[in-house]
Design a protein around this ligand. Sequence first.
Ligand code: ZN
Length: 346
Amino acid sequence: MQSGGFVIEQFVEAARDVSIDDAAKRLGLKFTGRRHEHPQPCPHCGGTDTFAFNTVKNKWNCRAGGAGGNDGIGMVAHCEGLDLHRRQALLEACSIVLDRPVPSEAGQEHAAEAIARHRRLEERRRLNEAQLAERAGRQIDYRKRERQKARSIYEAAARVGRFGRLVVDYLEARGCGRIGASQWLRCASELAYWHGSDQRGRPSKLHSGPAMVAPFINADLDAIGCHITWFDLARPPKFRPLLTDPATGEALPTKKMRGSKKGGLIPLFGDPSAARWVGGEGIENGAAFACWESWREDTFYFAAGDLGNLAGPADPASRFAHPTLKKPDAKGALRPLMIAGPMPRP
Ligand SMILES: [Zn+2]
């Protein structure tokens, strides 16, 4: 027969082995982050993102309470307002971390209190799970809608060839030569450019005009999004409309991407089954290169949409601090904003 003291000792030892990850689940904390860091209001001190735990570093931190550490017992004690200098409070913290009652030999915890606490934690856990599920559902809906929207913009536009001559004129004006036809590029003669919202919160139409519409395709050649370039043949040298934000007066981009672009590319001319592929960052420079080498029959020409899509991420070793821009770090101190460097990751 083991003595009561020994059983309690084992109970506390077992609680010390519980990871921050497991302790957070048992406390009903939120897993808000995409990766390992999960900021949120502190259950004890409040705030908005004052509290965070990290499941890989196995650490927690509360800025409001000025506390932190690398064990589940400490985190539970802080969140539940338990003073670990008191033996009874320590056992309670261990009981939460392990999700089981304090062994009966200790015998001091009132059953009613334990049940009430258990119910409260259960409720917090249930709410968090429901919120997580709802958020995941909303993200899937949003992506689906965006892809659907991208597809319908693309499908409503005319193929460049016999129709869609405005795109041919635009590309010629941009020095890309006179393309005959493209099985990929399309032309919308009057496409709305939405920006911001009106007094009633509805999206407001800032501009409407001709646009070149290209698909974003993935490795299976499925359309996952679209790339839109509004143009204005009366405005050299770039032949793009002048779009400005009515609130700030800032110039707005004349290109937009809808749906997804990650891992995809914009096909311009030719077929992906070609042995030779030639790609550039933008549609215009890809087309200009194709024109310069007179549209080789054996080549598939494409654009990446942006530099990250073309070359992959930058080498972290080449990143540098912005001379003036700053942003707050995890502790709220202002640090220079780090900018991706010029070297690609090998
Ligand atoms: Zn706190």
